[in-house]
Design a protein around this ligand. Sequence first.
Ligand code: ATP
Length: 324
Amino acid sequence: IKKIAVLTSGGDSPGMNAAIRSVVRTCAYLEIECVAIYRGYQGMIEGDFKPMNARSVNNIINKGGTILKSARCLEFRTPEGRKKAHDQLVKAGVDAFVVIGGNGSFTGAMIFNNEFDFPVMGIPGTIDNDIIGTSYTIGFDTAINTVVEVIDKIRDTASSHNRLFFIEVMGRDVGHIALNAGVGAGAEEILIPEQNLGLERLLDSLKRSKKSGKSSSIVIVAEGDKIGKNVFELKDYVEEHLPIYDVRVSVLGHMQRGGNPTCFDRVLASRMGVKAVEALLEGKTNYMVGIRDNDLILTPISEAIKGHTPVDEELIRVSDIMTT
Ligand code: ATP
């Protein structure tokens, strides 16, 4: 392998730039060529490439988003689209690519690898932390820190007015962001998809909380939770059944995906970038880099895309104890 391409694909996450920087610098260190592909698989199909050297990635480790842009690309889902992408890579003399993204991006890479026997390596970049084969994805730590900071602020106004807040956070089908940020910010209740406590239990808990003298309440609601009502419906339901509360809703939205990456995410991204390039040079292909017990590991992409990592049972227990 003499030339490696790097791209970001799917939803962006803080720390992707640190991962790009790491891939580029590792190539420079090992004296192999590196090219960046802009706009994910769309740019691969269109040949939107740019040669990179160690200096091309100055001053990006601290920036959120991705300097390479990201895109969702329908054409890459078709054999014709992937053929065009392959032609572009061959034309540019690229021998392998590293894709920083989520499950969809990895699925595309795996299919591409199977079709053309082209070496690929994945690096998990998503705030949702839902990818099998790694305890942490790049961006998750930044997102939970952002969420905690915001909840702290909302709590200031909640306690000044004796209000109850429902705060919806991201996380797709899993509750990692909700559970971790909820425990970290001392939420009174955390509603996650992995555990449907039901509406009755929520009302009971809120009643108890009020009785015990709490002046405000924060309920974190994961976007994928299974209670059967969205945050606005929850507000109406609680106001109707528990008129003692003055309820407000806050949907945090895309601010959770932005911002400067935390040190943890920068270090994780730097480590994963090195591992991805080194693994390709060792002849490994079709893997995703992950971290477990602070060791970097490789998981076949076919395994990594099989589903979502559920939240930690022990943390659910801790959360139950903390919310009494
Ligand atoms: P995130 O979930 O964090 O947003 P992702 O990588 O899962 O990231 P997707 O939009 O699912 O995001 O996938 C990114 C791109 O990967 C798609 O736009 C498409 O080009 C490609 N892709 C996804 N699934 C497939 C597939 N089954 N076959 C080929 N390409 C795919």
